[in-house]
Design a binder for this molecule. Structure first.
Ligand code: AMP
Length: 287
């Protein structure tokens, strides 16, 4: 068991790239106060005994495993690449992408089972090797650091394994996806033997922010005869709160609803007789 009593808790976060800005936003939304300076490697958090360590996203699993950092934010794909026994404490809900296998549009392969004997270029050699070994498919791995999507065009590989979010980069490069090796998003990781109240506090604070982002606080006024229909439309976390209004026969209904369903819910509420409908953001939510 390890605890960090001799130095502040070190939280490793991406210093650049796709995961940097959403991670900084998550930290701020969770209530951590800190000032960024352009090239600082570490920045103290003002209101909690945490130091932010700005490092490359791909190095974070290693730094946490080596005890340089107590916890870190990285991608599922990068953790899979290192496979170093870290715990995923929380999925953070951003940085969504997939590690996919792709072949040139006119190639015969239809699925990853057809890859026997192919040369496969990737910047994720360990995750790729583990995937094909797990299916007893022999491939000839071509590890690359970047520009994987041009590997088939320049003749160094027959297929590639690469990260995609929309798939448009594959299409632009004349490639067709034939299977997903793994789904990725940003995650908070730590060592299984690391015990610190701050780990639990971080998980709770992040969890509350992530849950809040998916929900909205809904308020509306309704005439009594419409209440039953309206509460059928918006069940709320437990049950909606109903408060009488000063005007006889009217109530205010408060509830927490899924953000993604609001666009279809609002016209239904209005049609059911709801008036003065308000939708407010929720900063944090622990259900
Ligand atoms: P970066 O530092 O910008 O190279 O991003 C590294 C990480 O961002 C990857 O390891 C993924 O976890 C994540 N990511 C999210 N979407 C994508 C994408 N479309 N392409 C590559 N990485 C992505």
């Amino acid at each position: 068991m390890t605890t960090s009593i001799d130095r502040p808790f070190q939280l490793a976060i991406p210093n650049k790239g796709r995961l940097r800005d959403p991670t900084l936003t998550l930290l701020r939304d969770a209530g951590l106060l800190f000032e960024m300076t352009e090239r600082a490697l570490s920045v103290p958090v003002r209101n909690v005994a945490i130091e932010l360590l700005f490092v490359r996203t791909e190095d974070i699993p290693e730094l946490v495993a080596d005890r340089v950092a107590d916890a870190g934010v990285t991608g599922v794909d990068l953790l899979a690449e290192r496979a170093n026994g870290l715990d995923t404490l929380l999925e953070l809900g951003y940085g969504h992408c997939r590690l996919v296998a792709a072949v040139p549009t006119d190639a015969p392969e239809e699925k990853t089972d057809d890859f026997e004997g192919l040369r496969v270029a990737t910047a994720h050699p360990n995750a790729t090797a583990a995937y094909f070994a797990g299916r007893s498919i022999n491939i000839d791995l071509v590890p690359l650091r970047g520009s994987v999507e041009v590997a088939t065009k320049i003749g160094v590989a027959d297929a590639i394994v690469d990260l995609v979010s929309t798939g448009s980069t594959l299409r632009v490069n004349g490639l067709r996806s034939v299977g997903t090796l793994l789904e990725s998003q940003a995650i908070l990781v730590s060592r299984p033997d690391h015990v610190s109240p701050l780990v639990n506090q971080l998980v709770t604070a992040f969890r509350a922010v992530i849950a809040g982002r998916r929900k909205r606080y809904l308020l509306l006024n309704a005439p009594m005869p419409a209440v039953e229909i309206i509460i059928g439309l918006i069940p709320g976390l437990e049950a909606p709160t109903i408060v009488p209004l000063a005007e006889d026969g009217w109530v205010a209904i408060h509830s927490v609803v899924d953000a993604e369903h609001l666009w279809e819910l609002l016209p239904l509420l209005e049609a059911a007789g709801g008036k003065g409908i308000l939708v407010l953001p929720i900063e944090q939510l622990l259900a």
